[in-house]
Design a binder for this molecule. Structure first.
Ligand code: HEC
Length: 493
């Protein structure tokens, strides 16, 4: 039972997001970070030929505008010279200290295709230009404005599911996660290649998760469709927590069931009776797969949308949505989001470096494409390693200064082939000491929980694998994989 609860909790917060400054203020009043305010432009201290129009605007368009544009919930947009100039000293400070753009892996392991790290030459140009008084130059030199599909960073979606109505967000306080079950309307199995979740008011959306609920799933069974509800409210529709096992059994080859394993010593773990489709958190890029690779939404599935609102001092509304672009050609590889997590930890009060491990053993040949470490306010660092069946080891991802406000995916530039039996190992440390400025209460023993003041030890990753594999094959507990390994031929895989 406990396991079941915690797995649901994983679903609940796994996409927990960077909190905007306002949320922080509201969550622990004593410890609020300064709300960003423009420092204005400083008088020129050096000469430079660099101008905004010719040299700087293109750099900002490439590195900053995906977030720093209207409607994206950032403190300012970088589309007008006047605004950029007003913020120019902040910009210099943030890029020279490499705090912007947000990116936390340390560059010592793999190459990541979505790496936001700026070229040093571009940082130097910005610094030089700011020192020269942020001159505008000739606006005829301006690059063509970068085009964004309004509200989306994927191509125009073929299908959009939206909350049934605008949800009212109160001005203050904490809010329970809101759920809505929306029928996909898909009459046949459908492959989706681009997937994005998007709020309509980004200022108050902490995170969104979209799950695929396959027909017959016990996930939120009996709860009315197209209606907002909380996990607690859902309880009255199902007197006991769902049994996870039935979702595994009637595998049709298409049913998706997300899988987690606890520490490998136990092997196995239970199953979430739903499949992670997509998450949104500020700074997260949408799910985009190569041609021929896609996530599967089986015929007749529902979409379960989970939205965590964080009041920011002003009452507002939001009507979040999830959009997908369908795969055009033949799909040969199925993509899935899996996770190695560990909910068995108990972080002692004051512990500055509490270690928690988890692992996941590949039950079939797969390819690893991306990773996403998830912790809360006491999260300190994260590391993913890989152990191949021949014993060869490698470090995949190193995040030495984890920042729980930025829930980023690290997508491998070169996906890694992970033959059956390959183990993904993950280690995360937590800082429960008073020295951790984010720590809401260093006197507390901290265990797994949904709120950001509780903790989570989650190491998600995306894989692709031969579309011929059934989810039952893919989601076999490690125990079954081991047994099959020991008795080759005896156990059908
Ligand atoms: C992934 C989204 C994202 C990208 C990319 C991004 N920013 Fe930001 N930026 C934010 C958000 C969200 C905030 C507000 C929260 C915060 O301050 O951490 C912010 C805040 C800032 C601030 C105000 C902080 C302060 O204290 O002055 C500056 C300046 C800034 N960004 C500059 C940049 C520059 C320059 C780039 C590109 C080189 C960039 N950002 C790229 C999301 C982004």
């Amino acid at each position: 039972m406990k396991r079941t609860l915690s797995l649901l909790a994983l679903g609940l917060v796994a996409a927990s997001a960077p909190l905007a400054a306002q949320d922080m203020r509201q969550m622990h009043m004593d410890n609020k970070p300064a709300t960003p305010a423009p420092m204005g432009a400083a008088p020129a201290t050096r000469e430079s030929k660099l101008t905004y129009a010719h040299d700087i605007a293109p750099i900002l368009a490439d590195n900053c505008q995906t977030c720093h544009r209207a409607g994206e919930g950032t403190p300012f947009s970088m589309d007008k010279y006047e605004t950029v100039k007003l913020w120019s000293n902040n910009i210099k400070r943030m890029v020279t200290s490499r705090r912007m753009p947000p990116w936390f892996e340390d560059g010592t392991t793999k190459k990541f295709e979505n790496n936001r790290t700026m070229a040093q030459a571009d940082i130097d140009k910005i610094a030089e230009w700011v020192d020269a008084g942020a001159p505008q130059g000739d606006m005829k030199d301006m690059p063509k404005p970068r085009q964004f599909v309004e509200g989306w960073s994927i191509p125009k979606p073929d299908v959009v599911w939206q909350l049934p109505k605008r949800f009212p967000i109160q001005a203050h306080g904490l809010m329970e996660y809101q759920y809505v079950i929306i029928p996909t309307g898909f009459k046949k199995d459908t492959w989706v290649q681009y997937i994005e979740a998007a709020p309509t008011d980004r200022r108050v959306v902490h995170h969104i998760v979209g799950y695929v609920r396959v027909p017959g799933s016990s996930y939120f069974k009996g709860v009315p469709l197209n209606t907002f509800f909380t996990a607690k409210e859902a309880e009255k529709f199902k007197p006991k927590m769902p049994n996870m096992v039935p979702d595994m059994a009637p595998d049709t080859g298409t049913a998706g069931t997300a899988k987690t394993q606890t520490t490998s010593s136990k092997g196995g773990g239970a199953d979430v009776p739903s499949d992670w489709l997509v998450g949104y958190a500020p700074g997260q890029t949408p799910d985009i797969y190569k041609d021929g690779e896609a996530k599967l939404i089986p015929a007749g599935s529902d979409l379960v949308m989970e939205v965590h609102y964080m009041p920011n001092g002003t009452a507002t509304t939001d009507q979040a949505r999830i959009g997908v672009v369908l795969a055009k050609g033949k799909v040969t590889k199925r993509a899935m989001t899996l996770s190695a997590d560990n909910d068995k930890f108990k972080i002692p009060p004051g512990d500055p470096n509490y270690k928690v491990d988890s692992s996941y053993t590949m039950p079939e040949d797969m390819t690893l494409v991306g990773m996403h470490a998830h912790m809360h306010m006491r999260g300190k660092d994260a590391q993913y390693r890989i152990v191949f069946p021949d014993g060869k080891r490698d470090t995949l991802l190193n995040i030495p200064n984890y920042n729980w406000r930025w829930q980023l995916w690290y997508n491998l530039a070169q996906p890694i082939n992970t033959p059956k039996g390959t183990r993904i190992e993950c280690t995360e440390h937590f800082d429960n000491s008073a020295a951790n400025k984010e720590n809401p209460d260093p006197t507390k023993t901290v265990t797994w929980g949904q709120q950001t003041t509780d903790e989570m030890m989650v190491c998600m990753f995306n894989v692709v694998f031969d579309a011929k594999f059934t989810t039952k094959q893919i989601l076999r507990p490690a125990k079954a994989v081991k047994a099959a390994e020991k008795a080759p031929g005896k156990s059908k895989t």
